[in-house]
Design a protein around this ligand. Structure first.
Ligand SMILES: Nc1ncnc2c1ncn2[C@@H]1O[C@H](COP(=O)(O)OP(=O)(O)OP(=O)(O)O)[C@@H](O)[C@H]1O
Length: 623
């Protein structure tokens, strides 16, 4: 069946106004509060339209009279006003707007409204909207009354009434008996300030005694100077962050008419935190917590922005995530990045201050950004076995950087490396990844140091004492057979350190994998884990390294160890080696396994027993 357009079957859609208002209040707007934003927006747009019509029209102004006992809420603008035809067409047709480009049907950037639904939001706070308007086009004034039930009335006012009215529009809302709070003076003042404090037309609240309070003020975040930020701007940042900002970065993306500032946080935000932005559209608030304006890495700044070129969502409480927003995000990110580079190269002291707070953020950024990494890397503070220092200082003093890959490995390495050749702890987030890139980025040689290699480099006992040392190694290895620990004797400093416990992380992982493989035997994980273990084993064989989980390295320079080598009392020897092992484990910040704890307790008990000469009551196995 075909319908012709002039066929009697073709009828216009009917709109159920209550349904539309319900849709707006439940699904589009987050709160009925937005009625005031919509009125501010319409008033501001009407003033713009009047000035388009007549450049010599009086300066625009908006006045809000909160509701009082027996008085409705009133909103007045001295904008373009509405003729009778315009009022019937624009106010009474859902989705009709005068603010879209006729050809393109897109928002005209100099207007705030576009959807043709804003006025309906007044039905969220009142059952009746009364619009009295006198058009700048010179026709008689009109009164339009819209009812939440879905009907409206319109009438032209007489000459006397028209003459008594100024050009512009007044909208009156009758508070609902059960919910008048949103139209009360305090709420109206707070809402007008929140949404419209930066509007380019003055917004005033009419007090009970007919005096006016202006809530608008100059937007300190527009046209800001990086060198000399105004007191108002610093105050805005302080209010926003809770503390005075570390710095203020002016931002501008001309392509999307976006301008504002980024306040640099004076404290490190919690990990995973992101900073939402406060955004104004044509200086009317869109939202205080908007995501997507900044790249994720820029979590150390909080922005306040105004835009004319980004598109608002229908609720006007967010921005459409389109290519314009993407372009803006990239450009804002580039400005923040350029600021970092500028700080690093021209304001080293300020940069140090920034680094001390936001080092982690910067490292995350530098990992993927060569230019930034080049500027930032020399300034980064790293932990070394000889204390904290900067990468630049290390490279300058030691002809390169030596680092341990993990915190665990660093702890073990740090115990034995001489202070003249410090090793960097590469275990903190991004450190190892950044250090590995030093040769490419800054031409600084970098070497990874492992515990096993370092142990192999340690000086063995002198030749004359080698036999005694080998005897010590064998006896001590036997004493620790139950925990599978191999003992070797080397010379190292400090001499007060009798033993070092070296745990090969790869072997520990293998042991854990073997255990898991047993549990998952036969299943898909069992096979995968088995393959991984084989691979690692093969690599280890290629590298000619033995598979040992724990190595105890006794310090041949330590008087205690030397005495131990000469000790003939096997019982005391055995317990002392066990105690040395546990002490070394603890010193390497390893948690004690149940077997280690048992060994510690029984060795200690035996030593106490031995010291009082009661050999018959020994706890540990007698030798
Ligand atoms: N104070 C006013 N003065 C003059 N015209 C007005 C006024 N308020 C509303 N209008 C007219 O009524 C139309 C519909 O207003 P409404 O607030 O529903 O939608 P909008 O402002 O066009 O778009 P949006 O839904 O995005 O706010 C406007 O496009 C405008 O032409």
């Amino acid at each position: 069946m075909r319908f012709e357009s002039d066929s009697p079957d073709v009828r216009p859609f009917q709109v159920d106004l209550r349904g539309v208002v319900d849709l707006l209040s439940r699904h589009i707007y987050s709160s009925p509060q937005v009625f005031l934003r919509e009125l501010l927006q319409n008033g501001r747009d009407a003033i713009r339209a009047r000035h388009e019509l007549d450049a010599g029209a009086p300066a625009g102004s908006l006045e809000i009279e909160p509701a009082g006992p027996g008085r409705p809420f009133r909103f007045r603008d001295n904008g373009v006003g509405l003729t009778a035809d315009e009022a019937s067409e624009l106010l009474s047709t859902v989705g009709r707007s005068s603010k879209r480009d006729d050809l393109m049907q897109v928002r005209r950037v100099d207007y705030l409204g576009q959807f043709g639904i804003g006025l309906l939001s007044c039905f969220m706070v009142s059952d009746r909207i009364v619009v009295r308007s006198r058009s700048a086009k010179g026709t008689p004034a009109i009164e339009w009354i819209g009812d939440a039930s879905g009907s409206f009335r319109i009438r032209e006012l007489g000459e006397a009434e028209t003459d008594g009215m100024a050009v512009g529009t007044e909208i009156a809302l009758e508070p609902r008996p059960d919910d008048a709070s949103l139209l009360s003076p305090d709420r109206v003042r707070a809402l007008a300030t929140r949404f419209g404090q930066y509007l380019p037309v003055p917004v005033a609240i009419v007090n009970e005694d007919a005096t006016l309070d202006t809530v608008t003020r100059a937007p300190a975040f527009l046209g800001a100077s990086a060198e000399e930020p105004s007191d108002a701007l610093v105050e805005l940042g302080t209010k926003l962050l809770g503390r005075r900002p570390l710095d203020i970065i002016p931002l501008s993306v001309p392509g999307t008419g976006t301008e504002g500032v980024a306040f640099v946080l004076p404290f490190a935000p919690p990990p995973g935190a992101h900073q939402a932005s406060t955004v104004y559209l044509g200086r009317m608030l869109v939202g205080e917590q908007l995501d997507g304006l900044l790249p994720a890495w820029a979590f150390f700044v909080r922005c306040v922005l105004d835009t004319t070129g980004l598109a608002p969502t229908a609720s006007r409480e967010g921005l459409v995530d389109d290519s314009a927003l993407e372009h803006t995000r990239e450009q804002l990110g580039a400005s923040v990045r350029a600021w970092i580079l500028r700080q690093a190269t021209t304001r080293p002291w300020r940069f140090q201050e920034f680094l001390s707070v936001h080092q982690l953020a910067l490292k995350a950024l530098a990992v993927h950004d060569d230019e930034l990494a080049r500027a930032v890397l020399p300034w980064l503070t790293v932990e070394t076995s000889a204390g904290d220092t900067t990468v630049a200082e290390l490279a300058r003093r030691h002809d390169g950087v030596r680092y341990a890959e993990s915190v665990d490995e660093f702890r073990q390495v740090a115990a034995i490396v001489p202070p003249e050749t410090p090793v960097v702890n590469g275990g903190y987030s991004y450190d190892a990844a950044l250090l590995r890139r030093l040769p490419d980025l800054l031409d600084v040689p970098v070497t990874r140091v492992t515990v096993s290699e370092l142990l192999d480099e340690l000086t063995p006992p002198p030749l004359a004492e080698r036999a005694l040392a080998v005897g010590l190694e064998e006896r001590a290895t036997a004493a620790l057979a139950e925990v599978g620990c191999t003992v070797s004797a080397r010379r190292f400093t400090p001499v007060e350190l009798p033993a070092l416990c070296v745990v090969d992380p790869e072997v520990v992982r293998r042991i854990e994998r073997d255990a898991a493989q047993e549990t998952a035997a036969g299943g898909i994980w069992g096979d995968v884990l088995g393959d991984v273990s084989e691979l690692i084993e093969a690599r280890r064989r290629d590298e000619g390294r033995e598979a040992e989980a724990v190595r105890l390295c006794l310090n041949w320079s330590s008087p205690l160890v030397r005495r131990l080598a000469d000790l003939r009392d096997e019982l005391v020897f055995d317990r002392t080696v066990k105690l040395l092992y546990v002490q070394a484990l603890l010193a390497s910040h390893r948690p004690l396994a149940p077997a280690d704890r048992r060994m510690l307790t029984s060795a200690l008990t035996d030593m106490v027993t031995l010291s009082v000469g009661i050999t018959g009551e020994l706890e540990g196995e007698a030798l």
